[in-house]
Design a protein around this ligand. Sequence first.
Ligand code: ZN
Length: 267
Amino acid sequence: MTLRELQGDGAEALDRAIELAARLIALANHVVALVGAGLSAESGVPTFRGPDGLWTKHGEPDLRDYERFVEDPKRWWEMRQERASRFAELAQALDTAVPNAGHFALRDLEEMGRLQHIITQNIDNLHQIAGSQAITEIHGNRTKLRCVSCNHRWPLEGFEIKEFPPKCPECRSGIVKGDTVMFGEPIPRDALDECINQSRMCDCMLLIGTSAVVYPAAGFPVDVRSSGGALIEVNPNETPLTELCDVVIRAPSGEALPLVVAKLRTA
Ligand SMILES: [Zn+2]
């Protein structure tokens, strides 16, 4: 019998999935949420892939972006404004986006001691705005800058840029760039190490709004699963990870996660 047959369909199935998810979370010692674009999309942030995706509308991104930065960081900084205007739609959506009920539910879970860490693929800073504390951003954060040598990070606002490209005020040798990870850019080592560390400790992982096709994120649930941990998917759509999951909640996170919080509060 498949998981879907066990859970059935409709509202009753959703209730049952919420209940099972709450039970698995309550039993776990170290819960980690792996978050993808689906959660941000619920806050109105446009996605890149899919029919309405930015890449679908404006063409594929420059896959040599990071290479170009390494070749000529001065020029990269000079062109920054120009590139920003190409993605004005995204920038505007990001500037006005606010956390949704899913973000706040994750903050609640952390405050209740039921969620130990968030690994997010989103760059929009919405977890921080919602009040979550333990967060690793694999693809960086659009409101920050980062030194490519020592990985020190600063808020974009208030960072004084005296020259192009700016030099790192901490290690004094590295070059500073936007924290958002570019195409072709390796995931910053400190973030990747933290993700590996978290996946190792994790005995229950929530897969929220992620299609989990992009590595390295796609590998974390597989690692958790193979060490005997539980996987809970919260996604309106089926993903390549669905069949690995112990519980599947087929609903948007803004609907599902507050129900999981409520269930844990009354347990
Ligand atoms: Zn540095």
